[in-house]
Design a protein around this ligand. Structure first.
Ligand code: PBG
Length: 325
């Protein structure tokens, strides 16, 4: 057989494969989500996220130092709000002495250069478990946006580098940008969850923070997973309103959306490798059905190949271990 083109030449050895690889992962790509709990010396494994923990602040601070020493330079902070502090206004979300605000200050104090991004949405603080304020069974938009602005400004006051609104209300990016400008926090950025879908894959996260919706679902604000063009519309709106980084979430079943968004915007695109995606790999690996380490690298590489510039992932520490061994 005489062939003019033999594609396998570029796959012949490790050396040539790595030389022509189109995508590579590095420690610089990852954001580490942190779940923080009240109390001292508390480390609770999340039942549906084996190997991932909700930690009290003292343990979190140690963890953040370890992350920094591993080369991981960004964390995305979530807190578990005690039940007694939840209500329909979500006002604990902008309490200066709230767990989130104390956490931001403590992390910044111990590792000042760690980039601190904070989740902005009312669900952990809502007695209804919804991302917004509820009136007559509906999640009201404009009042929720006012609450999100207060929440964002209070995170900025505590020292957050970026706020990350994950609520999918209309107009919140512009309102938050204005709120930050008016209060003098003009160096605080916004990473917008701009294309966030109503997904069953958030289940384990809602276990971690005890934040499952008490009634109904989130389909009146999070996007329908049948839609692609809507993701571009939402993302372009957020960029216009002032988002510095946009996000597609979930990631694994939405690689097409990551690519579309990447092609449509000129700001960095992040992908959130969410809790259910973590749980699926962990569960299949535990059963002996897949190789966990290989599955981690393959999925993380796929996000970058699809167009993600950065990845929020519960596998960040594993990825660093795998990339350096
Ligand atoms: C809160 C929020 C959620 C996640 C991030 N921020 C849950 C939700 O929208 O119900 C999910 C993260 C994950 O599943 O890993 N608005």
């Amino acid at each position: 057989m005489y062939l003019q083109k033999r594609s396998r030449i570029l796959r012949k050895s490790t050396a040539i494969r790595s030389l022509v690889a189109e995508t590579s992962l590095s420690v610089n790509d990852f954001i580490v989500p942190l779940f923080i709990d009240e109390g001292k010396d508390i480390k609770t494994e999340i039942a549906s996220m084996p190997g991932y923990y909700r930690n009290s602040l003292d343990i979190t601070v140690k963890e953040v130092k370890d992350l920094w020493n591993m080369g991981l330079k960004s964390v995305l902070v979530f807190i578990k709000c005690p039940d007694g502090l939840k209500d329909n206004t979500g006002k604990e979300a902008w309490n200066k002495e709230g767990l989130m605000q104390r956490s931001i200050r403590a992390i910044k104090e111990s590792v000042p250069d760690m980039l601190v991004l904070t989740d902005v949405a009312l669900d952990p603080y809502s007695s209804f478990g919804h991302d917004g304020i509820v009136k007559e069974g509906e999640i009201v938009n404009d009042e929720t946006v006012e609450a999100l602005v207060k929440m964002s400004v209070s995170h900025a006051e505590a020292g957050a580098d970026f706020v990350a609104p994950s609520d999918m209300m209309d107009g919140r990016i512009g309102a938050i940008r204005n709120g930050l400008e008016e209060t003098g926090f003009n160096k605080v950025g916004i990473m917008s969850y701009s294309a966030k879908y109503a997904s069953c894959f958030y289940g384990p996260f809602r276990d971690a923070l005890d934040s499952a919706p008490g009634f109904g679902d989130k389909k009146s604000y999070q996007m329908n997973y049948a839609n692609r063009i809507e993701a571009i519309k939402e993302t372009l709106l957020d960029v216009e309103e002032g988002a510095d980084i946009v996000m597609v979430k979930p990631a694994l079943a939405y690689l097409d959306i990551i690519r579309e968004v990447k092609n449509a915007v000129s700001v960095p695109v992040s992908a959130y490798n969410i809790s259910g995606e973590y749980a699926m790999i962990k569960a299949a690996a535990k059963m002996g059905w897949i190789d966990e380490d290989k599955a981690i690298l393959e999925t993380l590489t796929a996000f970058k190949r699809a167009g993600a510039d950065l990845i929020a992932t519960y596998f960040a520490k594993d990825a660093v271990r795998l990339l350096t061994q």
